[in-house]
Structure formats: C-alpha cells, structure tokens
Design a protein around this ligand. Structure first.
Ligand SMILES: [Zn+2]
Length: 149
C-alpha cells in the first residue's frame, strides 16, 4: 500500500520558530485538520527531509546540467560526516559554481531542516491552502515537500 505525506519546512535549514509560534501552528493545524494525523517535529540537528520514492532528477541550479546520483550521494555523505549538515556548500562538477545542497534543483523538492510539520495523507491542494496561513506564523518562508512511499 502506498502512503503520502506532506512535509512543510523552513527554507533556512537551521531556522527554529519560537515556542509561541510552534504552539500557534499546532493549534491551527488541530482545528483546521481535526481528522488528520499530524506530527510537528523539532530535532537537535539539521536533518535531510526526503521525498520518499519521489527523488528523481536533480539539476545544477546554475547551468541546469543533470547531477549524477553517485556525486550527490557522496556530497551528502561528506556534508553529514564533516558538519552534520551545518555546511551544505558544494562546488558543482559541471560549472564550478558554489551552491548549497539545499538549493539544487530537485524535480521533487527535498530539503534540510530542524523543524518539520508532517501531515499524513494530505488531499490535493492542501499545501497551497496551508502555506499562507502557516508562513506568517512561523515567521519564515516554507518549502513544501510531497513524499510518496
Ligand atoms: Zn552547473
């Protein structure tokens, strides 16, 4: 059986909303989506927030060249081993541009975050409806990740 999750994260991987903001968002979600299974998670370390089986094409944000899975995996391993994802900067093999792993062009968005809102079995269009409500509460732009398993 396949499962879908909507994950909402701050665009800045190290951003943690205030406790008041976290509380407001939890209350909003509970009243807005009373029937949904929702998790609001805060972790000590920056974590990679994946899109499940949706990870497919990755491209260089500077020149649009496709990124090989081997190179990407090696850079991910290095970023975790050297800084626990605090330093996400990489030099692209295609055009030598310095970019963040957080800003590569992922056909299915993924990201890095300490703060994650996860909603199980979201209906179509939910992310678009939630974003304008949640973003001002959290005080930062958010990224929408559609994970499929
Ligand atoms: Zn490039």
């Amino acid at each position: 059986m396949s499962e879908n999750f909507l994950r909402l994260i701050p665009i800045d991987p190290q951003y943690v909303p205030s406790q008041v903001a976290q509380y407001q968002v939890k209350s909003l979600l509970a009243s807005f989506l009373p029937e949904k299974e929702i998790q609001v998670k805060l972790s000590e370390e920056v974590a990679f927030i994946d899109a499940g089986n949706n990870l497919e094409l990755i491209q260089c944000p500077a020149c649009e060249a496709p990124v090989s899975c081997e190179w990407w995996s090696a850079m991910m391993d290095h970023a975790y081993a050297s800084s626990h994802f605090l330093n996400l900067n990489v030099t692209m093999p295609c055009c030598a541009t310095m970019v963040s792993l957080n800003n590569l062009h992922y056909m299915w968005p993924v990201g890095f975050a300490r703060f994650v809102i996860e909603i199980r079995a979201p209906e179509r269009g939910l992310a678009e409806r939630l974003q304008p409500l949640i973003q001002p509460m959290l005080g930062c732009p958010i990224r929408k990740i559609h994970a499929h398993y």
